[in-house]
Write a protein that binds this ligand. Structure first.
Ligand code: NAD
Length: 255
């Protein structure tokens, strides 16, 4: 699917965005969508990946499990690109299986990256955003943060934490005009989905595992998620805050 890119997007074009998990999958799609709309993107990841358009994207190594690395990366993005107006937390990990089979390392990893990583980045950008009275934050959660899934109890809990955190932060920062929202993708065509299941199985569902399948009959492309992130970051969504947008083709029957 092709989603048109380019064109002026108020609140996005000419601004600086920080995107975590930006080397591949959904994060790379967000990075590229924002860059195509004229945003200067500070792309953070464990591994900075393939070189990107140097006019629009600067890549920085950052492990969101490390509080000092997060503070340093935010300072570096501001020094090199300018004041961060948009922060998009995409970095995430998946550990799945029966809870009894998950180790302590799995649990720590899920919450260090998926929950605390998001909270740390938001903590680092919130102060400067409040001082400037400008900012939009979009955090990537999951439909598993809403809908129970077999084998995803701890992952789902880490994503429910993101949804709740984002709503609380939105309330805390609203006085400065800063908006905070999350998006909750369902099955999306990335390496993370391949680690869990196949696209065909996700679409068909699995009654034995209480999965209903995907009513729209397709898995999402990373660009589908990026388009929603762009909208939430832009002035087009200027009166939208404290929301979670589920983008799962109807899989969770949520609404
Ligand atoms: N793919 C799906 O079906 C799906 C569904 C719902 C939610 N999500 C969420 O979307 C987000 C992106 O998922 P994806 O499918 O693109 O995954 P992915 O595994 O393809 O990419 C995740 C990226 O995050 C980075 N990352 C992991 N740990 C990090 C750390 N400690 N510090 C910095 N970067 C780190 C990885 O290096 C990688 O580039 C995740 O938060 C995921 O939980 C994905």
């Amino acid at each position: 699917m092709t989603i048109s890119s380019g064109g002026h997007v108020t609140g996005v074009t000419g601004r600086v965005a920080l995107v975590t998990g930006a080397s591949r999958g959904i994060g790379a799609a967000v990075r590229d969508r924002l860059a195509a709309a004229g945003t200067l993107v500070g792309a953070l990841d464990l591994d900075i990946g393939e070189p990107q358009d140097p006019a629009q994207v600067a890549a920085f190594t950052c492990d969101v499990r490390d509080p000092e690395a997060v503070e340093a990366a935010v300072r570096l993005v501001e020094q090199e690109l300018g004041p961060i107006a948009i922060a998009v937390n995409v970095a995430g990990v998946l550990r799945h299986g029966p809870l009894a089979q998950l180790g302590e390392d799995d649990l720590r990893e899920l919450f260090e990256v998926n929950a605390l990583g998001v909270i740390r980045i938001c903590r680092a950008v919130a102060g400067p955003m409040v001082r400037r009275r400008q900012g939009a934050i979009v955090n990537v959660a999951s439909n598993a943060g809403h809908v129970p899934r077999v084998g995803l109890a701890a992952y789902g809990a880490s994503k429910a934490a993101v949804i709740a955190f984002t709503r609380h932060l939105a309330l805390e920062l609203a006085h400065a005009g800063i908006r905070c929202n999350s998006v909750s993708p369902g099955s999306t065509d990335t390496a993370m989905l391949s680690a869990l299941t196949s696209a065909d199985r996700a679409i068909a569902g699995d009654a034995g595992r209480f999965r209903l399948g995907i009513p729209l009959g397709r898995v999402a492309q990373p660009a589908d998620i990026a388009e929603a992130v762009l909208w939430l970051a832009s002035e087009r969504a200027r009166h939208v805050t404290m929301q979670d947008l589920v983008i799962d083709g109807g899989a969770g029957l949520t609404g």
